[in-house]
Unconditional design. Structure first.
Length: 495
């Protein structure tokens, strides 16, 4: 604890964002470049080095947060990077994309603003790359065992890196033409520039991990054939089966899934397309769904030049402060949060009819109406109570040339045939069944990440990848020294 009084003398300061009018004209990350390092040492000083640091339990990776806070406050970046990478393969991803349950579990957050844990994390990660503190770590010797990892999202990449470093020969199979899963084609550039992903992939290649892109297991390569070629297989395909909205007018042109819309915008940034065929430019956009994917659509539509953008959230607007009766510390509370995209929508007044920023809360979609050509032109909604029952007289209509459905995901997509060809047992909710060692009902086949856990956070996906790597290593060698931060049945802290 570098400054015993830091939490009393230093107020919380977050990484400042660039002005809205500036950042919506480009696709760069929203934060002011270089503005974090001058403030982060004092912010790390606010950490109290608690006797029982609940931030450890709030983070499924078990990040050694008080330790690297202390090291940052002492300007020992190399040691801080070592501590950070000891528990997290990809801190530059989580430092930008994770909603920081660790901060909700910060002891200081009982009665003060939490330590800026996420900002400290990303500062360490970026400093490590700039200073050469994240070199490739190829194994000293090879085990002679081979592993196929299906899926290159955070769970698959974490599993692959851990198993490669343990000495196994690992090949990652990805159905898309580029690696990264939703980090590549789902997450917009303004939340995480893809150079961070590409840099980590180059590290993994230098360590010996092999990558096979544009290869859908079950379609381009038979799943049974893959199983016969490798000593073990890890299925980490994510939860990409999106939820539908069964209301009249769903069939109209212009009513599309968020994950049909976002990849096209990302492909424009990759240089594959000049403009997206689903561009929001000049259109009245309505986003159905109040989660992070909806916010990603919001920020994307604003940058594409939408005429208006409104986001519908079926839940009532949460309060600004934690409800100690319903969601006591250290659980992650449902409170009103202002993402960068919502801040942009608020300042630019993209949704004049919205309750706050671009959002209409307690709003349920009734139906869509279209024109004679079969293209959507309006969305009818109704206000609902806490039981989601319509409130009489609250129906209203929004203009809508483009409707984006961001309703979450139910489990892995079975369209490629991987699950059926392997004969994997499935849970009633649509996820892959596994036992306490991450093993499926098929010998030598393991499941990790959202494909088995269900839709979750990036930090849980990385923790799953690390844990399944330890299970596979134990299966192949009879023991393992790899860390296993979570079990397959662990869940976030809740009441």
């Amino acid at each position: 604890m570098a400054d015993p009084k830091g939490f009393m003398t230093t107020p919380r300061r977050d990484w400042p964002r660039r002005p809205v009018e500036e950042r919506v004209r480009d696709w760069h990350e929203v934060y002011v470049p270089g503005a974090l390092l001058p403030i982060i040492g004092k912010q790390a000083d606010r950490c109290m080095d608690c006797g029982i640091p609940f931030c450890h339990d709030a983070c499924p990776l078990g990040n050694l947060i008080p330790e690297w806070n202390d090291l940052v406050s002492r300007d020992d970046w190399r040691a801080a990077a070592d501590r950070l990478h000891a528990t997290n393969n990809f801190p530059e991803f989580t430092g930008r994309l994770c909603p920081a349950p660790c901060e909700a579990g910060c002891v200081l957050a009982i009665n003060q603003p939490a330590v800026t844990i996420k900002n400290v994390e990303v500062a360490i990660a970026d400093k490590a790359w700039e200073s050469g503190f994240a070199p490739p770590q190829p194994p000293d010797r090879l085990s002679g065992r081979t592993v196929a990892v299906v899926g290159s999202g955070p769970a698959g990449l974490a599993a692959a890196q851990q198993l490669t470093r343990a000495g196994h020969t690992v090949a990652v199979y990805e159905k898309d033409d580029r690696l990264g899963g939703l980090m590549r084609y789902g997450i917009p550039e303004f939340k995480m520039e893809k150079r961070h992903l590409d840099r980590r992939l180059e590290q993994m290649r230098a360590e010996g991990t092999k990558f096979r892109t544009s290869t859908a297991v079950g379609r381009d390569v038979g799943a049974a054939e893959l199983r016969s070629r490798y000593d073990a297989v890890v299925v980490a395909t994510g939860a990409t089966a999106w939820r539908e909205l069964a209301v009249p007018g769903r069939e109209l042109a212009g009513v599309v899934q968020a994950m049909e819309y976002l990849p096209l915008a990302n492909r424009v940034r990759e240089g594959d397309l000049e403009t997206s065929p689903m561009s929001a430019a000049g259109r009245h956009v309505v986003i159905v769904g109040g989660g992070d994917t909806g916010a990603d659509c919001l920020g994307t539509a604003v940058r594409e030049g939408a005429a208006s953008v409104t986001q519908l959230d079926i839940y009532a607007r949460p309060g600004a402060d934690r409800d100690e009766e319903i969601e006591p510390w250290p659980t992650y509370p449902k409170i009103y949060r202002m993402s960068a995209a919502h801040e942009e929508a608020r300042d630019l007044r993209t949704a004049p009819a919205a309750d706050a920023d671009a959002r209409l809360f307690a709003a349920s979609t009734l139906r869509f109406e279209g024109d004679a050509a079969g293209r959507v032109r309006s969305l009818h909604l109704v206000e609902v109570d806490t039981a989601r029952s319509p409130l009489p007289g609250s129906e209203r209509t929004l203009p809508a040339d483009l409707v984006l459905l961001a309703l979450g995901f139910s489990g892995p997509d079975r369209g490629d045939g991987l699950i059926d060809q392997l004969g994997l047992a499935m849970e009633p909710r649509g996820t892959i069944t596994r036992d306490a060692s991450f093993a499926t009902n098929v010998p030598g086949v393991f499941a990790a990440g959202d494909a088995a856990r269900g839709q979750s956070l990036i930090v849980w996906a990385i923790a799953e990848g690390r844990a399944v790597a330890a299970a596979v290593d134990n299966y192949l060698t009879g023991n393992s020294q790899l860390p296993a931060p979570i079990g397959p049945y662990d869940r976030p802290m809740a009441v």
